[in-house]
Design a protein around this ligand. Structure first.
Ligand SMILES: Cc1cc2nc3c(=O)[nH]c(=O)nc-3n(C[C@H](O)[C@H](O)[C@H](O)COP(=O)(O)OP(=O)(O)OC[C@H]3O[C@@H](n4cnc5c(N)ncnc54)[C@H](O)[C@@H]3O)c2cc1C
Length: 211
């Protein structure tokens, strides 16, 4: 994961003057990386500090987004569009978040906006990749330790540790698209229906790798 701070430049739209909803994202424009076509990749706004935006990018080693994030240097120019999207606050009696690294900035931003506890189950590469979450987000880290990203097994096994409260429940599920669908369906064991789950595929395992 690499933290990137983006600041407005004179003449550009002021970051501070915009509204940045909880869990919104920006589309970074990566011109010319894919057969000279414009390529965009989406990153969550982790926080807005004065006139800067903070995003945290997973360095997974393939693709224009990861390459951009790994190679970025201080004062490089970055073009982006946004804000886009928003993550709704939970209104149910109990709540849980299940995510991989790509959703950790969104889960952190969401937890920070809540006055209640948001228990988190998070798949990460290994123990070195734990990510700072707010104090109201107790987290169970699930290191892959050499297993490839994008499989559903670790988070599915962790469902045994989910302690649903009484009353209505709501879950946030973020990660690889097919894993997200499988997890959403598995949450039926807690009585959650599709409308009780905020399920968002943030990346696709079999998207064509590009340089
Ligand atoms: C609303 C939204 C918010 C997002 N916020 C964030 C964020 O805050 N931080 C963040 O890092 N990502 C975030 N993502 C996910 C990010 O946009 C994708 O991971 C994107 O595919 C990265 O582009 P890329 O060019 O690096 O890889 P691509 O060109 O899309 O894919 C190249 C190869 O890399 C693999 N790959 C892609 N992403 C990952 C991954 N995360 N882990 C392992 N393998 C991967 C693909 O399966 C493919 O084989 C968000 C996505 C959405 C839709």
């Amino acid at each position: 994961m690499r933290r990137i701070t983006l600041a407005s430049v004179p003449g550009a739209t002021s970051i501070a003057a915009q509204r940045w909803p909880v869990g919104c994202d920006i589309a970074i424009v990566l011109t010319g990386t894919e057969e000279n076509r414009e390529v965009r990749r989406r990153y969550t706004v982790r926080s807005v500090i004065e006139d800067t935006l903070v995003v945290d990018a997973v360095l997974h080693g393939h693709g224009p987004g990861s390459t951009w994030a790994a190679g970025l240097e201080v004062d490089d120019a970055v073009t982006f569009l946004g804000p886009r999207g928003e993550i709704p606050p939970p209104t149910a009696d109990w709540v849980v978040a299940l995510t991989d690294e790509s959703g950790l900035p969104a889960v952190a931003a969401l937890a920070e906006s809540l006055e209640r506890e948001l228990p988190v189950f998070a798949e990460i590469t290994d123990d070195a990749e734990v990510y700072p979450l707010p104090p109201n987000a107790p987290v169970r880290w699930l290191p892959r330790n050499g297993q490839p990203a994008g499989s559903v097994e670790l988070l599915t096994s962790a469902l045994d540790e989910v302690r649903p409260g009484t009353g209505t429940g709501y879950a946030y599920v973020i990660g690889e698209s097919r894993a997200v669908v499988a997890l959403r369906d598995s949450l039926g064991r807690f009585g959650l229906t599709r409308s009780d789950v905020y399920a968002k595929g943030y990346w696709n395992l079999n998207s064509r790798p590009t340089r």
